[in-house]
Design a protein around this ligand. Sequence first.
Ligand code: PLP
Length: 428
Amino acid sequence: MSDLLALRGGPAVWSEGWPEWPQTGPDTERRLRETLHGGRWAISGEWTGQRPQEARLADRFARFVGARWCVPVDHGTSALLIALQTAGVRPGDEVIVPGLTWVACASVVARAGAVPVLADVDPRTLCVDPAAVDAAVTPRTAAILAVHLYSAMAEMDALQAIAERHGLALIEDAAQAYGATWRGQGAGTLGLSGAFSAQQGKALTSGEGGLFVTSSREVRDRAEMLRGDGRRYGPGPHTRGQPDMEEADVVQGWNMHLTEFQSTLLLDGLERLDEQNRTRARAAKTLDERLTEQDDLEPIEPYAANDTRAYYHYAIRLKKDGFGGRGAEAVAEALSAELGRWIRPPYRPLNEHPLYDPRRLPSGTVPEAATRLDPTRFELPVARRESARTVLLHHSMLLGNQRHLDAVVEAFAKVRHLAAQLAPVGDS
Ligand SMILES: Cc1ncc(COP(=O)(O)O)c(C=O)c1O
C-alpha cells in the first residue's frame, strides 16, 4: 500500500473502471429502433394498431411492485406532485416530509401550494423518525410523505398507525427503493400511492422519468388525467390515424407524459432489475461484513420488517474517532480519488440546503406563507449529525466483481491508515 493518498498525488488503489451505468441488454437497441420506426413517439400521438409502450409499462410495473395500477410520468417529481394532488392536499395544508432527502420531496409540496414540515430522521436508517412525524402533526396536517432513503425503508408500520390515528394520507416516495419490501409487500404500495423516479442514477432508469402507483381505482383515474393535460386513454375500439386519448373534462392537468422511447427503456430495464438487485444485495452484505471488521465504521441498521432491501446508494457511517476524526466529506473525497468514482456525502439537511428555500417561489413572498415556508424554523439535529458522518457508494459499484469489492475495502483501509493526510477538521 502506498504511503501517499491519491488525493495527495500517490497511486490510486483502483484504476480499472467500474460497471457502466445505465446498463443496456442484448435487445435494448432493437427495441428502441422498433419504437423509432413505429410511428408513435408519444402517447399524445395517433393509434398505430399497437398498444403504446407506455400502457405496457404501466401493467408491467404495477405487477413488479405489487400495486393494482401504475401511471407512468415524466419525472419522479411529477409522480410526487400527482400523489399530493390525488391525496387531496390543498393550498395551505401541511405535509410532513423527512428533513434528510432529495430537495424535490419538499419543494414539490410547496409547488402544490402546501407547506412542507420537516421532520428529523432515525439514526439507524436515515429515514424519517416516526416519533418526529407524530410530534409534527397539527390540525393543518393533510399528509405524510415517507421516503425510503439510500438502502433502507422508513418505519411503515408506525407511519401507517400515525396516519390512521390522525386521518392523514400516507404517500411513499420509493424513488430509491425499487424492489424493496416491508413484510413482503413492495415499497410504494404501503400507502395511498407511491412515487418512483427513473432519473439517470436510479436502479431503473430512462434518463428522466417517473412512475406513480396506487391500488385505488379512483386515485389512478385522476392520476391518469392529471398527467395528460386532462386527457386519458379512451375506451376503444381505436381507429388508426386517430388519437386513442380522449378529452375528459374532469381535472386541470399538465403535460407530464413519458415518451415512448423512455417507456421502451424502462420495459427493457425491468428485465434486468431483479437480478441486479440480488447482485447488489450480495455485494452490500459483503461490504457490511468486511468494512466493519475494524471498529470505526457502522452499517445502516434496517428495521426487521424491511425484509428485502434495495440499494440506491450503499451507505456506511464513520464512528466518532475513526479516520482521525475527519468528517464524511473529507473521507469521501479521498475515497473518490482512490477509486475513480464519486463517493459522496449524503444530502445536506433541508433546513440548510442551498437548493431548498420555497420562500423563493412567487407564493412564498406572501407574508404569512414566507414564515410558514421558512426551512430554518425546523431543527434537524440527527439529520445534521448523521449526514456529517456518512459516505455513499452508488449502486452501480455493487454490480462489479470480487476485485471491485476488494478495492473498496482497500481504499477504506488506506484512507483510514493515512487519515493524517486529510484536511484537518474544520478546514474546508
Ligand atoms: C427520494 C427521491 N425523491 C424524488 C426524486 C425526484 O425524482 P426526479 O429527479 O425524477 O424528478 C428523487 C431523485 O432525483 C429522489 O431521490
